[in-house]
Design a protein around this ligand. Structure first.
Ligand code: FPP
Length: 235
């Protein structure tokens, strides 16, 4: 048993669901005169570190913005590098993810990806579907306005459109409410990510570039969250 008392609310400080806009891979590479693809590669290593740490800290869900509906506008070679990294990540990390009782989830519409990528994703989803530990939600071909529009259409087909009815149809409906949204690399905007879910989330913007983000930065973010007073519109 550790002699150091656990922080209030456990290592996760009462945070259930964290989402991250993983930004700055390109600038990380540029600073070092390296190709952008290498920045993304280091970004995947940060994903691996952070997912492990999030599970160990006891988070119930972590949602990562990996590919937006706007990212299709990037040069073809960068898109194909990102797809290659996603495939390699699934191939190399699925055993560990599944073994750690993590449930993989995709938000957005991954059916637009190449058939081999879709096949790998579907297999990973099926393999981890029964897991009861942390949910790892990866946003792929995701745009929040598109998600809200799809949810509103589904809600309308079932009955009156209310906030609860829309929430129940969002891609994140089976995840706990979003507590904390982090964006790396000094940009201060949401870029069409979890706009609805962020209604009462705390936000943190850090200058750290995503490839430099790791367990220590996640821990700091959760500790900073614990100092905030959340009122959800009340007083
Ligand atoms: C932002 O950096 C990052 C992305 C657009 C992609 C994020 C993807 C990964 C971290 C790798 C794939 C993910 C998984 C889950 C395997 P940027 O290129 O916009 O950086 P910049 O703003 O500095 O140019």
């Amino acid at each position: 048993m550790s002699a150091v008392p656990a922080p209030k609310g456990g290592a996760c400080h009462g945070v259930r669901h964290v989402a991250i806009i993983m930004d700055g891979n390109g600038r990380w590479a540029k600073k070092r005169h390296l190709p952008r693809a290498l920045g993304h590669q280091r970004g995947v290593e940060a994903v691996r570190r952070v997912v492990r740490a999030a599970g160990e800290m006891g988070l119930e869900a972590i949602t990562l913005y990996a590919f937006s509906t706007e990212n299709w506008r990037r040069p073809e070679d960068e898109i194909s590098a990102l797809m290659g990294l996603l495939k390699r990540f699934i191939l190399s990390d699925l055993d560990e993810i599944a073994g750690n009782n993590v449930r993989l989830k995709i938000i957005g519409d991954h059916s637009a990806f190449a058939p081999d990528v879709v096949g790998l994703i579907e297999n990973a989803l099926a393999r981890t579907a029964g897991n009861t530990g942390m949910a790892l939600a990866i946003a792929l071909n995701y745009g929040s306005q598109d998600e809200i529009a799809r949810a509103a259409a589904k809600a309308a087909a079932k009955g009156p459109i209310t906030p609860e009815a829309i929430s129940a149809e969002l891609d994140t409906a089976d995840l706990p409410p979003l507590d904390l949204l982090i964006r790396t690399s000094g940009e201060v905007r949401l870029s069409n990510f979890l706009l609805w879910q962020a209604a009462y989330a705390e936000m943190q913007f850090t200058d750290v570039l995503w490839p430099d983000f790791g367990p220590e930065q996640l821990e700091d973010a959760l500790a900073e969250f614990a100092t905030r007073e959340r009122r959800f519109g009340g007083r």
